[in-house]
Design a protein around this ligand. Structure first.
Ligand code: PLP
Length: 390
């Protein structure tokens, strides 16, 4: 039987970029000692107090169908958080709770793109973006952001592709680059969106991991609230990756339609997970800071290890749990370097090319192992790179 073209072509024709990651997993399964700096997963688990709240909610009976848009108290808490952080008036009617940020990305594009519409996104990109856009029937179109601009996208590049496009997806703080978009970058993006009547989908799942500069949500920029859908998540900010809980913040009319979509797809998020998320959000900034602290420390360690040499350069690491290293001085591609580093040093990193061609010659290093192991791995990485240069 023939399956749908949409699902058969979901991944496009290219390599999905996970080769090194899979090779590392095979080496680990075969008993090798590999330092895993590949995926964006904390090395701590969900906080025991959050688990306690989850357990209490389940025991108390919150295990039946929960309200599809999310329980009202959680929608209100997300609305209050967003309003406090951005100053934009936000109510529960602007919020839908989703099974994680990934589902929110899919739903957000479903809400604004029809079959065959062009959906723009920035290269380098989070690896699932192109297939997510294809999954809703849109045609993904990359906009390059350049290493020589520290991966800040230029409005002029976006404008080149904006005519006739339907949406633009951005992500700040950025995975994979660790870059935070500046006010000037976001003002330029907002300008292009208004001029070309684009929906803006702003993936802000790393908004609690800010190391340098200010996180600006483009929904707060003039005349942007009506055309912006914000994707948020509890995964990174509260180490709740496996709980699958996030949200979309959008104009009320968009949320009303998204609730119809959720009714006919996910049917919402388990009530006891939502209660745990509400508990976590009520702890607020102190708990967010506690969860983010290991990455802030490791970023400092990285700056220390990388100082005083010129072979491995780094892109300004302003937010998120990643470090983007420029290894072009070694003459290898990101893929070639990551492969050799895994073979020789047993250190697994993601080649920049896994996130698009703009990150060629780079490596994404997830700062997700304990501090001393992280320092040692980076020191070995630098020595390995120096050895290649001779
Ligand atoms: C940029 C970005 N967006 C969205 C997600 C999805 O996160 P989740 O579905 O766990 O909320 C991730 C996960 O790594 C990510 O890096």
């Amino acid at each position: 039987m023939k399956q749908s073209d949409r699902i058969s072509t979901l991944l496009g024709d290219g390599d999905d970029g996970w080769g090194i990651f899979l090779k590392a997993r095979e080496m680990i399964a075969a008993g090798s000692d590999v330092v895993e700096l590949t995926i964006g997963e904390h090395d701590i688990r969900t906080h025991p107090d959050i688990l306690d709240a989850m357990n209490k909610a389940a025991i108390a009976g919150h295990t039946g169908y929960a309200e599809v848009p999310g329980i009202m108290t959680l929608r209100q808490a997300v609305a209050a958080r967003v309003q406090a952080r951005t100053g934009v008036p936000t109510t529960a009617d602007n919020v839908m709770i989703t099974p994680g940020g990934q589902s929110a990305l899919f739903s957000a594009h479903h809400a604004v793109c029809d079959d065959g519409d062009t959906a723009l996104y920035i290269d380098p990109y989070y690896a699932t973006y192109p297939a997510t856009l294809r999954a809703v029937g849109a045609i993904p179109q990359t906009i390059p952001a350049h290493a020589h601009d520290n991966f800040q996208p230029r409005a002029s590049e976006i404008a080149k592709h904006a005519k006739g496009a339907k949406s633009l997806l951005i992500n700040s703080p950025n995975n994979p680059t660790g870059v935070l978009y500046s006010r000037a970058t976001l003002a330029g993006i907002a300008d292009v969106c208004r001029t070309h009547d684009l929906w803006l989908i702003s993936d802000e799942v790393y908004d609690t991991q800010i190391w340098q500069g200010e996180h600006i949500s483009p929904r707060a920029l003039p005349d942007m609230a009506d055309r912006t859908l914000v994707v948020g998540s509890m995964s990174k900010s509260y180490a709740m990756t496996g709980s699958r809980i996030g949200w979309i913040v959008a104009p009320e009319a968009v949320i009303a339609n998204l609730i119809n979509l959720a009714t006919h797809t996910t049917y919402g998020v388990p009530g006891f997970i939502q209660d745990a998320a509400l508990f976590a959000l009520e702890q607020g900034a102190p708990l967010e800071a506690e969860i983010a602290a290991p990455f802030a420390r490791r970023r400092e360690i990285a700056m220390d290890v990388l100082a005083g040499q010129n072979v491995v350069k780094h892109v300004p690491c302003m937010g998120a749990m990643y470090l983007m290293l420029d290894i072009r001085a070694t003459g290898l591609s990101g893929e070639g370097f990551a492969d050799a580093l895994l073979d020789v040093e047993h250190i697994a990193t993601m080649p920049g090319e896994s996130f698009g061609q703009s990150a060629a010659g780079h490596l994404r290093v997830a700062m997700t192992v304990e501090d001393e192991a992280f320092r040692e791995a980076l020191e070995r990485l630098v020595e390995f790179a120096k050895g290649l240069v001779g």
